[in-house]
Each structure stands twice: as structure tokens, then as C-alpha cells.
Design a protein around this ligand. Structure first.
Ligand SMILES: [Zn+2]
Length: 423
């Protein structure tokens, strides 16, 4: 097992990648190995195994879920796996296994639950890779604090290590309840969703991490600067979801896709604006293969070379999920309104706005939740949006305002959400 850990630890730290071609060759040979060692054991993929990568079907979450029983290579049953994961979630005891495999629920939006099943070996490889990517090179014993909605079996696998201490903090009862424990743990590395990092800085917590990593939520620039100002440390990001560890930021703070671990193809949403949804293939997973799997996320491609020298593709930013994109009518067709446009329109005209949430509930109707809600903040938002609508030439929607309730810890924080669809 230790060799599994070390091989991925050193793969993540490797500086051997000099060119895109070299990475492509590595991906191709890894995929051939994946076909031979894993996909031939999957009923769903068996018939594709003598075909090229491009002939494998692109599937989304609903297809993956519907075919879970034939995709996985160990005869695991979807219903049993889901029951175990839900039981863990309810009891907050994450030591439940399904025939020795750990089972977790994805933190996707409700009604769209995904499930992930991992062997111990896969978890150890994952831990090796994550630590290889993220651990500072200073040879001290690190104390890692992870604050997340539920303890994923993935993160628990880090706990065994001899050169670090790892502790999980559950914010289920509110962030204030974990502050004393966090302060006495004195983490050197702090891992949490951006909204929690932001709140900890506002509450002026007395910890002094040397590394801060934002996970599981989109990190906005305004949050980023508040967190960095308070902790005096650069915020790094990892882009990790149920389906794989997709990207991590380099020492220059730029996100690179982990192309030695996953193949990412682009399904363009708006090529001119460089927006796409990733189709991912994990080159290592053996129990529940993830092959040409279309994610619901919206990423912004960045084609610039990074000063760190890595040839791995860059992600300019993670914009959110597809239903974070509003759709407004321009008299002839519906146009995409990306969350980033909304964010800039809202925060640029009023410095008093602490937080917001925008929901599209009808084709021409938005509800905007604001904190604080008063005449000045409302006006700022209306001015910013009016400019945006005219710039994009869309018909201005009706807007209603409501006060923003405090963060609901169980929910993944999403600032822009479309609850309506034109079809
Ligand atoms: Zn870089």
C-alpha cells in the first residue's frame, strides 16, 4: 500500500512533463492500460474495449447513475450503495463500508445525487496524489484541518500518515461551534469551502495557517481578497469532485488540470467566451470507472502559458454549474448570462453589498436576495443590471428584492441559480 501512496505522491510532484505531446502519449498509454485492466471487467464497457478512446460513449450523471450496476467492476448494486451512503450521512458516521469499499454521496445539488465507491487502494493513491500536489516542501510536521459539510471517506484516508496530523471539523451546528477546537488544533494547513474561509476571516479566528486551500465551492475574487488580507496567505484552490481530482493551483496561483490523472475534453458552451463543460476520464479508477463523463460544471479555458512552466492545461476559473447560467430573451432567442457577469454588475456599483444571491424563477423574472437590503444597495444593483442588460441587448427582466438569510450550512453555496428552463 505504501508503494501506491508513494507512486502517486511522486507523480504529483513530478517535473518531468515538458510538452503537451508528452502528456498526450502518457494519457494514451494509460488509457490502453485502463481498458485492459479495468474496462474489460465492466459489462457496460466490455464491447468498447477493442475500440479507440473517441468511440467510447459520452455519458452524463443520469446515464452513469442509471447504469451504475453494469458500469462498476465489482457487482455492486446502486440501491444498496445509496442506502449505505445515506445512512452514513444521517448518523454522521462515515465508517460504513460496502463489501470493504467506502461509499460516499456527491455534494451535488439535491435531486441529483451521485455516488462514489472507492477501494482502499484507490483512496491511498488519491491521498498520495493530493498531498504530493499540495504539501509545502518544508519537511515539517503539518497539521491539516479540513472543514466540510460531511466527512468524505476520501479525505479520511489522509489520516494515517506519519508525517502529518489530520483533523476533520464538521460545521453542521454552525461555524461558531468549531472555532475553539480549530484554535487549539492550530492548523498549519486549512482546507475549507470558500464561504467558510471567508466567514472565519470575518470572525477573526486566531489561527495562523501557512497554506489555505479552497475546495468544493467557486472562489470569488471578493472572497479571495478578504481571506488573503486576513490570513496573509495566498488562497490556493483544488477542483475536486466525486468524479475525480481535476485540478490544483500551482505556485503562481493558476489552476492546472491534473492531466497525468485525468483526460479532460471540452464540450463548448460558448467558444468565443471560452466557456465549456468538461468531459472527464479518470485514468486510475478501477471499481467505478469514470470514462468520458460530462460534468455539469462551467469552466473558463485559459490558453496562456503559465510562468511555472507546466504544460498542463489551465483553467482560468470555475464558473459554476450549468444551471448557474441565467437565460434571458433578446427578442429572437435566449442568451446565456454567465454568473460572472451578474457578479460584476452587482458588486461594482455598491460597496455596501456584503452578499447576494440571484434566482431566475421565470423567463423574465429574477429574485435578488441582498445583504444588507436597503435603498442604497437596491439602487446599486439596479444600475449595474441595467447596464448589463443593455450591453447584452436582452429584454430587462422584472426584479424583486428580498433580504438574504444567513448561510445555510447544509447547502452548497450558490450565488446564481436558474430555476426555470425554456423547454
Ligand atoms: Zn502554473
Amino acid at each position: 500500500m505504501i508503494t501506491d501512496f508513494l507512486s502517486k505522491f511522486f507523480l504529483a510532484r513530478s517535473t518531468r512533463w515538458k510538452s503537451k505531446e508528452q502528456i498526450c502519449e502518457w494519457q494514451q498509454s494509460s488509457f490502453v492500460r485502463l481498458k485492459k485492466m479495468t474496462l474489460t471487467k465492466s459489462e457496460f464497457y466490455f464491447d468498447y474495449c477493442d475500440k479507440d478512446f473517441s468511440e467510447f460513449p459520452v455519458i452524463d450523471k443520469s446515464i452513469h447513475v442509471a447504469n451504475f450496476n453494469t458500469i462498476n467492476t465489482r457487482n455492486l448494486d446502486w440501491k444498496v450503495a445509496t442506502d449505505i451512503a445515506l445512512r452514513s450521512e444521517k448518523s454522521r458516521d462515515f465508517e460504513n463500508y460496502y463489501r470493504g469499499f467506502s461509499v460516499g454521496l456527491s455534494t451535488g445539488t439535491s435531486g441529483n445525487k451521485g455516488i462514489f465507491v472507492l477501494s482502499k487502494r484507490e483512496r491511498i493513491q488519491w491521498a498520495g496524489y493530493v498531498l504530493g500536489k499540495m504539501l509545502p516542501l518544508d519537511f515539517r510536521v503539518h497539521r491539516i484541518a479540513l472543514i466540510l459539510r460531511s466527512n468524505s471517506p476520501l479525505y479520511e484516508s489522509i489520516g494515517f500518515s506519519f508525517f502529518l496530523r489530520f483533523q476533520f471539523f464538521d460545521p453542521i451546528n454552525g461555524i461558531a461551534t468549531i472555532i475553539p477546537d480549530l484554535e487549539s488544533f492550530k492548523p498549519t494547513i486549512l482546507i475549507a469551502p470558500s464561504s467558510i474561509l471567508d466567514l472565519l476571516s470575518q470572525l477573526k479566528i486566531k489561527i495562523y495557517p501557512v497554506k489555505i486551500i479552497s475546495v468544493a465551492e467557486v472562489l470569488n475574487e471578493d472572497q479571495e481578497s478578504r481571506i488573503e488580507n486576513y490570513f496573509e496567505v495566498k488562497v490556493e484552490q483544488i477542483y475536486q469532485c466525486t468524479e475525480g481530482f481535476l485540478a490544483a493551483s500551482c505556485r503562481f496561483g493558476n489552476l492546472h488540470i491534473n492531466e497525468d490523472l485525468v483526460i479532460v475534453e471540452k464540450q463548448w458552451i460558448d467558444k468565443d467566451r471560452k466557456r465549456y463543460s468538461p468531459i472527464i476520464t479518470d485514468l486510475n479508477r478501477t471499481v467505478q470507472p469514470v470514462v468520458r463523463y460530462l460534468l455539469d460544471d462551467v469552466l473558463i479555458h485559459d490558453s496562456k502559458k503559465c510562468p511555472c512552466g507546466s504544460p498542463m492545461s489551465r483553467i482560468g476559473s470555475i464558473e459554476g454549474r450549468c444551471d448557474d447560467i441565467l437565460r434571458l430573451y433578446n427578442g429572437a432567442a435566449y442568451k446565456n448570462i454567465f454568473p460572472d457577469f451578474i457578479r460584476i454588475a452587482i458588486i461594482c456599483h455598491c460597496s455596501e453589498i456584503v452578499d447576494y444571491r440571484v434566482e431566475q424563477v421565470q423567463s423574465n423574472h429574477l429574485i435578488i436576495y441582498l445583504s444588507p437590503l436597503n435603498r442604497v444597495t437596491k439602487n446599486g444593483v439596479l444600475v449595474g443590471l441595467a447596464e448589463l442588460w443593455s450591453e447584452l441587448s436582452v429584454i430587462p427582466p422584472k426584479v424583486r428584492f428580498r433580504p438574504l438569510e444567513p448561510i445555510e450550512w447544509m447547502a452548497k453555496k450558490r450565488r446564481v441559480l436558474r430555476r426555470w428552463s425554456e423547454d
